[in-house]
Design a protein around this ligand. Structure first.
Ligand code: CA
Length: 256
């Protein structure tokens, strides 16, 4: 009979698999926030619902003016932009946004043909989708464009009352900034980027290695305890960082 690997060997096996988990492009793009600009309200709602179900956070703007305001207010990770819009058309919206931002833009239009596509791309759109399109196709394009934009645009993670800005290394609870140590931030950011996935303490220690020189996995328990005090409404009944008995911890995102 084959012998079972020791617990330690199992731990290092899990650790070796971690880079594969981290390399998952899907997970790196799924939490992006998206601004949907579309004047047909039913279509806008249908797109928003589908994207939310795919794990994105979504804002809707029903005309070009509202789009520019929403863009300034929310700084989305990607914009889905219809061209034929009331007040300010999609080309002008794209042009204005491009003066200050290289946020990925996917244009939607009923117009068929090469000239409209070329014009959209020349204005700085990243991709182009002609109506009618399937929502599945839209999600695939969004993932592709976000992957391409990838390293430039670190997403901001929204989960419940939490906002984790991976670029600025800032965490907000109900829009109030909380101060975390480098290790606490690294731990929270790592877990929140892989929501609902269970990690062992060894995996978590491995994930934050750059931020700590600790080698004992017990240090994870103390970071988690401190994190809960800072981000949970009730640290005794954590909403976000949950204990999975006998294994480790997971970051729970209720919307997924
Ligand atoms: Ca339209």
């Amino acid at each position: 009979m084959r012998s079972h690997p020791s617990l330690g060997a199992l731990g290092s096996l899990l650790c070796r698999r971690l880079p594969d988990l981290l390399a998952s492009e899907y997970n790196n793009t799924v939490h992006a926030s998206i601004l949907v600009v579309e004047d047909e309200e039913k279509l806008a709602q249908a797109i928003a619902l589908y994207l939310r179900n795919a794990g994105f956070s979504v804002e809707i703007a029903l005309d070009g003016q509202a789009a520019l305001e929403a863009f300034a207010r929310h700084q989305p990770d990607l914009i889905v932009l219809d061209l034929m819009l009331p007040k300010i058309d999609g080309w002008t919206v794209c042009h204005k946004i491009r003066q200050s931002s290289d946020v990925p833009i996917i244009m939607l239009t009923a117009r068929v043909g090469e000239p409209a596509r070329v014009q959209g791309l020349e204005l700085g759109a990243d991709d182009y989708l002609e109506k009618p399109f399937s929502l599945r196709e839209l999600v695939a394009r969004i993932h592709a464009v976000l992957r391409r934009a990838g390293k430039k645009h670190q997403p901001v993670i929204h989960a419940g009352d939490l906002r984790i800005d991976l670029e600025q290394h800032e965490v907000f609870v109900r829009e109030k900034k909380v101060e975390l140590t480098a290790s606490e931030f690294a731990l929270l950011a790592f877990m929140a980027q892989h929501p609902n996935r269970v990690f062992t303490r060894i995996q978590l220690l491995d994930a934050i290695r750059g931020s700590t020189c600790e080698t004992s996995e017990r240090v994870i328990d103390s970071h988690i305890k401190n994190l809960r005090k800072k981000i949970e409404r009730n640290p005794q009944e954590p909403e976000y960082i949950q204990t999975v008995y006998g294994i480790g911890y997971r970051f729970r995102d209720a919307k997924l």
